[in-house]
Design a protein around this ligand. Structure first.
Ligand code: AKG
Ligand code: FE2
Length: 370
């Protein structure tokens, strides 16, 4: 390893100089990948999370009572099966807020290519990735980073990411890193139809007051994130991504075959979403919980790194544009015989608040509560 990529003196052991570590990982852009590559034997203290925040696999409960079989989306096009599939999708959104889908229109080849592209980008030399750090990146919709909000976090997360917000083809062709550009665009474009279909189905499930064309408002903005969780010396002491809910309407998540994604079942415990070859994970985000006045659940989830392999995941975050108002849809509270629990606010306000704090479970939703 050259001196330029490893300015950190890594004595194996849990304590390394704190400010030097932060500079090396966050500011210089070496990321946790840089730490992992430096031959670290044990987890630096800054990555150790309090015991209650760690994922103890022994405490994970059986998923089968809560997570159904992957839903076959092609059946939405068959008259005789349509009603049942709609009920399955809306039921999963109401109960767990997480489900898996198959026959979703994104081919296996596209899924494989995008996972490979994540490895391609994160295996670049650190100085190349650092060119995309916030403050250096030539395009504000394309940035590379580590953890979630390092400046606001007591304990850091064992994850690097590249965020690609789609505005138009010209911008993507010019600014998305070559190592992953085409694969990410192909993935996003082939997922668009499915995203629209799932969101319209979920909005229709909220009742006839909802005009299904409203879906265009809520899937206007899409960001592909490439998450990279390098091999970790002590994954049981840290988190890859801490307990959080997404700010989205829905998130489409591709995970690789390593596993390590956990979802909270309220009052019961945590289940693991098992990797299923060719399936995509869909989860409800805060926006849809707010629009549905709490009927659909934005589920708390988290992920863990592996001690033997680099793990990748590729979420597509589907959100309204910043100037779209979000709030419980008209008539819904009366229909569900419930009080109105969320206020009306601009999605942009919600987003600013969301990214201004560290991951703390579903606390993000408090900002929209009445
Ligand atoms: O890596 C995963 O499986 C989950 C990632 C995630 O929750 C996120 O990026 O919001
Ligand atoms: Fe998430």
């Amino acid at each position: 390893m050259g001196a330029s990529t490893n300015s950190l003196e890594l004595n194996p052991g849990p304590v390394v100089d704190e400010s030097h570590l932060f500079d090396f990982v966050v500011k210089q852009g070496n990321g946790v990948k840089g730490l992992a590559d430096s031959g670290l034997m044990s987890l630096p203290r800054r990555y150790v999370h309090p015991p209650g925040e760690r994922i103890d696999r022994k405490q994970v409960i059986d998923a089968s009572p809560y997570l159904g079989a992957p839903i076959d989306l092609s059946m939405l096009e068959e008259e005789k099966n349509k009603e049942k599939v709609m009920r399955d999708l809306c039921g999963a959104a109401e109960k767990l807020g997480f489900f898996q889908v198959v026959n979703h229109g994104v081919s296996l080849e596209v899924l494989e290519r995008v996972k490979e592209a994540v490895h391609g980008f994160f295996n670049l030399p650190p100085e190349k990735k650092a060119g995309y750090l916030k403050g250096k990146t030539p395009c504000p919709n394309v940035f590379y980073g580590t953890s979630f909000s390092p400046e606001n976090e007591e304990s850091l997360e064992w994850k690097d990411y590249l965020s690609l917000r789609y505005m138009n083809d010209d911008e993507a062709m010019q600014f998305w890193p070559l190592e992953c550009r085409d694969a990410a665009l192909e993935y996003l474009k082939s997922a668009n139809k499915m995203i629209h279909l799932i969101l319209s189905t979920l909005l229709q499930g909220l009742g006839e007051e909802v005009d299904s064309s409203a879906v265009n408002l809520y899937d206007e903005d899409k960001t592909v994130n490439m998450n990279f969780y390098p091999i970790c010396p002590n994954p049981e002491l840290t988190v890859g991504v801490g307990r959080h809910s997404d700010l989205t309407a829905i998130t489409v998540l591709l995970q690789d075959d390593i596993g390590g994604l956990f979802v909270k079942v309220e009052d019961k415990g945590w289940i693991e979403i098992p990797p299923v070859q060719g399936a995509l994970v869909i989860n409800i985000g805060d926006t849809l919980e707010i629009l549905s006045n709490g009927r659909y659940k934005s589920a708390e989830h988290r992920a863990i790194a592996s001690s033997t392999k680099d793990r990748v995941s590729v979420p597509i975050f589907v959100t309204p544009g910043p100037f779209t108002m979000i709030g419980p849809l008209p008539g819904l509270a009366e229909k569900d015989d419930k009080a109105v629990i969320y206020r009306q606010l601009l999605f942009g306000e919600y987003k600013n608040n969301f990214f201004g704090a560290s991951h703390q479970g579903k606390k993000s939703l408090d900002f929209a509560k009445i």
